[in-house]
Ligand binder design. Structure first.
Ligand code: NAD
Ligand code: MG
Length: 388
């Protein structure tokens, strides 16, 4: 039996992970499951998986979790330190599926102490790619991608020489605003932006998909994960989301990975790697797939992609600043304080102003945390100035 932990178990990726484990329940010994606010769901998962430990990152919710798990024998803890301590508990396989910058330290703790880190939290690579790789290397931890595009690239690269890669083509569905005008996008509400046509995901990543900030993050994630330079990473709109991404090689061949729009495919690949096992996902039915469409991404309506390339050229702390500004702007958009298109303007201005903070290598958590705080404050300063 393999020991495993699920960080962010109550979220979209977390719950998909739970369902895959339930499909083959006897193969796993579940150590920790964690969540934040949804205590009812966390308790339900802890009981269903017979976990040894349930942790909420919210200290104020400890009593609620304790009372729900009373008499089950499952240990209960709360708070950020408890979360990081659970991440440091050695297991065979742990998934980092916490949303946002908060996931970076969780990933680093797993990497320090685990055997395999399955990484859904893309912010870990965007903000701390070099640090995470170094931590995995020192501890001998295997890092496996869970983001569907990166799982596709990883699968396409299986047995290949990375030096023979000509380009990587990330597919993007185009999200809910693929055919919207700039005016319509300017007035989009959080509800419209979160309404993804193909994928069922958490609210934040769904809105990031609508703005293409998610794809922008994934470009940086590709560079950090595989060491492929930004100039070799293209994005193509593929509205059906059947091809999850492709790798083009020096001989002109392209290997594409296909599957249903279900994160269980990528999570299952990371869970059972290096072997393939049935996780219960639907099979593609080619008789029902009438066509696969492709079109270039419209850089005017989706400026996030160009901002990500700018951040990659700057290097160092620019990934952290890009992500922090994007997270802060998303909070302002969710509050209805700024419009949908204002997010890209504010992120761009913050990345452009990185020199005010001082860029350097992102080689310590201290530097990353300070630049994250600076970028969030900078966005708020710009927002207040524009409202004077
Ligand atoms: P989600 O919002 O559905 O779930 C997030 C999880 O993190 C929940 O368990 C929540 O309780 C927990 N959490 C939230 N804030 C926390 C904090 N401050 N400290 C500790 N835990 C906290 O998010 P999601 O859509 O499952 O995405 C998780 C991560 O995976 C993100 O980084 C996202 O970009 C990435 N990802 C998601 C998908 C997807 O299909 N949803 C696909 C690829 C990558
Ligand atoms: Mg993705």
């Amino acid at each position: 039996m393999r020991s495993i932990s699920i960080f962010g178990a109550t979220g979209s990726v977390g719950q998909n992970t739970v369902s895959i484990i339930q499909h083959n329940r006897n193969a796993f010994d579940v150590h920790a499951v964690t969540g934040a606010k949804n205590i009812e769901k966390l308790a339900e998962i802890a009981v269903a998986l017979n976990a040894k430990l349930a942790v909420t990152s919210e200290i104020s919710r400890l009593d609620d979790l304790q009372s729900r798990l009373k008499g089950t024998g499952i240990a209960v803890q709360a708070g950020r330190d408890a979360l990081l301590s659970a991440a440091a508990d050695p297991v065979d396989w742990a998934i980092s599926a916490v949303v946002g910058f908060a996931g970076l330290e969780v990933s680093l703790k797993i990497a320090e102490n685990g055997k395999t880190l399955a990484l859904a939290n893309k912010e870990s690579l965007v903000c701390g790619g070099a640090l995470l790789h170094e931590t995995c290397k020192c501890a001998g931890t295997t890092l496996l991608p869970v983001d569907s595009e990166h799982s596709a690239i990883f699968q396409a690269l299986n047995g290949e020489d990375i030096n023979r890669v000509e380009r990587v083509i990330l597919t993007a569905s185009g999200g809910p605003f693929l055919n919207s005008t700039i005016e319509e996008m300017a007035h989009a509400t959080p509800e419209q932006a979160a309404d993804h046509p193909n994928w069922s995901m958490g609210q934040r990543i769904s809105i990031d998909s609508a703005s293409m900030f998610n794809k922008a993050m994934e470009i940086i994630e590709t560079k950090e994960l595989f060491g492929i330079s930004g100039g070799k990473i293209d994005v193509v709109i593929h509205p059906q989301s059947i091809i999850h991404s492709m790798v083009g090689f020096k001989d002109g061949a392209i290997i594409a990975q296909m599957g249903p729009t279900d994160m269980c495919g990528a999570i299952g690949y990371a869970l059972y790697w290096p072997v393939r096992t049935d996780t219960g996902v639907d099979r593609l039915d080619f008789s029902k797939l009438s066509q696969l469409d492709f079109q270039p991404a419209d850089m005017d309506r989706f400026p996030a992609i160009a901002i990500a390339h700018d951040a990659m050229k700057r290097g160092g702390l620019a990934g952290t600043v890009f992500n922090a500004a994007k997270e802060q702007c998303l909070d302002l958009f969710l509050d209805r304080s700024i419009g949908f298109l204002d997010m890209a303007d504010l992120v761009n201005e913050t990345v452009q102003s990185l020199e005010n903070f001082g860029n350097c290598d992102a080689d310590s958590m201290d530097k990353i945390l300070k630049s994250d705080t600076w970028a969030r404050e900078y966005v708020l300063k710009l927002f207040k100035m524009s409202n004077k």
